[in-house]
Ligand binder design. Sequence first.
Ligand code: KIV
Ligand code: ZN
Length: 527
Amino acid sequence: MTIVHPSFGTLDDNRIIIFDTTLRDGEQSPGFSMNLHEKIRMAEALTELGVDVLEAGFPIASPGDFESVKAIADSVGQRDDSPVICGLARSGREDITRAGDAVRSAKRKRIHSFIATSPLHMKVKLRMEPEEVLQAVSDSVELARSFTDDVEWSAEDGTRTDPDFLCRCVEAAIRAGATTINIPDTVGYALPEDMERIFTMVRTRVPGADTIILSTHNHNDLGLAVANTLAALKAGARQIESTINGIGERAGNASLEEAIMAIRTRQDAVPYTNNVKTTNILRVSKMLSTITGFDVQPNKAIVGRNAFAHEAGIHQDGVLKDASTYEVMTPESVGWTKNSLVLGKHSGRAAFRDRLDQLGYKVGANQLNDAFRRFKDLADRKKVVFDEDLVALVDDEVMRDHEHVRFVSLDLHAGSKGPARAHLELDVDGEVKSAEATGNGPVDATFNAIQAIFPHTANLVLFSVGAVTEGTDAQAKTTVRLEENGKMVDGQGADSDTIVSAARAYVHALNKLLVKRLRTEPAALSA
Ligand code: KIV
Ligand code: ZN
C-alpha cells in the first residue's frame, strides 16, 4: 500500500526517509555538546546534505536545548528546502508541550515521543505496569497530534521487548495518530536476523502498519548498527535514524554516511532511494569534527583519512590501472577531491572566495576579510596551502563569529633555558587588553597570560594537538577541554604556530563557558 504522509505526501514504496539525530542522540554523548551557533551551522549543513528529518534536540532537557530547537525551527525551519524539524519528548504532558512549543514555527514539524517497553526498563526504570505504559502510549501520541500531524512514536528498548506487547503498543500508537513508528535497538544488542524478524512481525501483525512509516534506530555497542539498519530496511522499514560520523550514546548510532553509501553502492541488494547529496558528506563530517574537536579514526569507512588510501604496492598498481579493482565507490562521490593543492601566496581574493564556494562555505563579508587576511599570512609561512588548511582556517574564523573574548596576538620567549614568557593581547568585548606571564613551557605561560587578562576558575582537563596536513610547516589543530562547576566545554583552534592554535582553542573554550554561565547568571560577561 502506498503511504500518504503528512510531511512528505505520497511516498513511493522504495523511497526511504533519512532522519538525522546528530544534534540530539549524537550531541547527548560526553564531550560532543555544541553551542547554539554550532548547532545552527550543523543544521544548515545537514539541510544542504539533503536529510528529510532533522531531530534538533530534546527541548525539555534544559532551557538551552529548548532554545536551540526553537532557533533551528525559526531559522533553518523557514527555508523552502527545510527538512522536517523534530523535537524529542518523553510521554509526559510537560515534555510534549515543550517539544510542541519548540518546533512550532517550523514550516514542517514533528514531535517524537518515546517510552520504554521492555520488561526490564518498565520495571526498573519507569516502575510502571505494562497496562500503564500502554495507556501512556495512547495519551502521549494523542497529545502530540494536537501540535502537529507528523508524530513519531518510539518503543525504547524495542528489540528487547516482549513481541506481543510490542505489537499492542505499536497498534495503540497508530490508533492514537502516530505517522511514524520507530523500533530502536537502544542498547545495541540485536543481530541483523533479529531486526528482520521484529520488523516483519510488526509489519504483518499490527493492524494499520501499512499506513505508517516504520523506522529503525540502532546503537553500535556490538558494531552492528549499520548492518542492523540495512536488515530492517529489507524487512520493511522506510525511515533510518542515524548520525554523522556515527556519534551518539556510548558506542554511537548507525553512521549516516556508511548507511547511505551502502545503499548507494549495493542497489542490487538494497534498492532504495533517498535525497542525500553524497558529495556533501565529507564536508559535513569534517565540520562536525571541527566543532566537537573529535576527529574520526583514520580507518573510518567513507570519511576516514585512509578510507581511500592504498599502501600495498599490489593495490596501488591495481588502482592506477583501474580504481574499481580496490575501490567500491569513488572518493569523489563522497566529497574527497583528487587535487587538494589549491592556492598560493599570489592568489587573489576572488580565487580564494571561489575555492571556498567550491568547498561549500558561504561566509559573510567580514568573515571573508578576516579569513583572507589569515590565508595570506598562512601562505607566506607555508609552502603549499591545501583544501584542509582552508577548511581549518575558515572553520576557525566562523567559530569565532559570536565570541566575547578574541585572540589578537601572542609573542613568546621559550626554549631550554629558564621559564617561558608570553606577551598576549586579547580583545574583550571590543577592548584590547594585554598581559605578560611566565610559565613552565610556552603553553603554560600563554594560558597564565589568558588567566591574567580574563580571570576565571575553570580547570584544564584535556589538551590535544594534531596536524591538519602533513609536513613540518603544517597547521596545528588544538582541542582544549575546560571544566567549571561540573560543566565541560571543548574549544578548538588552528594555526601554523602550535602555541597560537592552543591559545585560540583555550579562548574558544572560555567563550563557550561564558555562554553556559550566561544562561544561568546573566551578569557573567563582566567576569
Ligand atoms: O536509543 C533510543 O532508544 C533513543 C530513543 C529516544 C529513540 O534514542
Ligand atoms: Zn538512541
